[in-house]
Design a protein around this ligand. Sequence first.
Ligand SMILES: NC(=O)c1ccc[n+]([C@@H]2O[C@H](COP(=O)([O-])OP(=O)(O)OC[C@H]3O[C@@H](n4cnc5c(N)ncnc54)[C@H](O)[C@@H]3O)[C@@H](O)[C@H]2O)c1
Length: 377
Amino acid sequence: MTRDVVLVGASGYGRTYLAEIAALEASGAVRLAGVCDVRPLDDEGRQLAGDRPFDTDLGRLLDRVRPDIGIVATPIHTHLPLARQVLGAGAHLLVEKPPLPTADGWRELVALGRSAGRACQTGFQSLGSRAAARLRALMADGTLGRIRGIGGHGAWSRPDGYYRRAAWAGRREVDGVPVVDGALTNPFAHMVATALFLDNSTGWDDVSGVELELLRARDIQADDTSCVRLRTGRGTVVSAAVTLCAEVTSDPVLLVHGTRGRAALHYTKDVLFLDGVREEHGTTTPLRNLLDHLDDDRVPLQSALADCGGFMRVLDAVRTAPDPRPIAPAWLRRSGSGDEARVLVVGVEAAVAASAEHLSTFAESGAPWALAPVSRS
Ligand SMILES: NC(=O)c1ccc[n+]([C@@H]2O[C@H](COP(=O)([O-])OP(=O)(O)OC[C@H]3O[C@@H](n4cnc5c(N)ncnc54)[C@H](O)[C@@H]3O)[C@@H](O)[C@H]2O)c1
């Protein structure tokens, strides 16, 4: 069955969807029914979209074409109003991650999807990885023994151009509207969501005792070097320590510490190391899985909006936490120039790795630039 799709947000990450839709069109699974963006399409976008209807106003486009699916790949603080319109038009929804910038918005959208009887998928593509699914199964069946904890570490570097590309980049709010574009809640949102998925603790009530260290090396509102630690309802300690200011970058990794084994999931690569032995797995995209689910409701949504409760609890703790504290200039270095200029935090790679290994906060790991964590809910 061919399903009509409207894409909202066609450059930036939305370009990935435009390309995926073009590929799926070739197989007959979908048809691009229209594109909405507040900015005109560039040459590549026009080539991918062809002669399909384009509008800067989603309501107008949805009046003209009645899609089966609406994909929202726009800035975080625009997700709720656009997603409401998609569901209001009777379409199924695929909304990018993080799905909403507030817990109240998430609850509203989950309720709207339920009352409309429409599927609501999120763009957490790491949850479609068969490496993650295999690791979750090994944890659940006791192969790794008792799970002591799950520790994530991530060391990326974002240049000045990343923050200049959009008015919402690195913001906690824009004109009083929450955005929560911090390291834990956006670039490394997959780490938090995947850790909770592995523990089968995706519900709001599955997460408690959230401790946060929100720091910033840059002159931005949001955090760029952060650690979260929490406890799940199963008693698992989950931590994630991340930075966007690394000198030496690496794949983000989730370490699972079991009494009978140790696993390392490279969730951006679908690679799993089990006691050091490497396995490569495939993945299913959020859109492909949504289509499979619509074809056969025995296929579960792999990243359902309703299953983002635990993630949203962490996001809400970050949203309502005090502003990130600046790291003292003595621990910062600068490199590059123009859009490629970067800020680096001395020793941050070792600090995030130590956190994941010992399930410790930056302060406990002895990072010299660390501050005492803030406990939330
Ligand atoms: N899944 C992933 O790995 C991944 C990676 C990057 C970004 N994202 C997510 O994708 C989303 C978009 O991020 P981005 O960096 O591409 O954002 P962006 O600021 O580059 O905007 C994306 C597009 O949306 C358009 N847009 C903005 N407001 C709009 C509106 N009200 N109506 C219609 N179009 C609008 C912009 O013109 C742009 O073309 C965010 O939720 C982000 O967190 C996900």
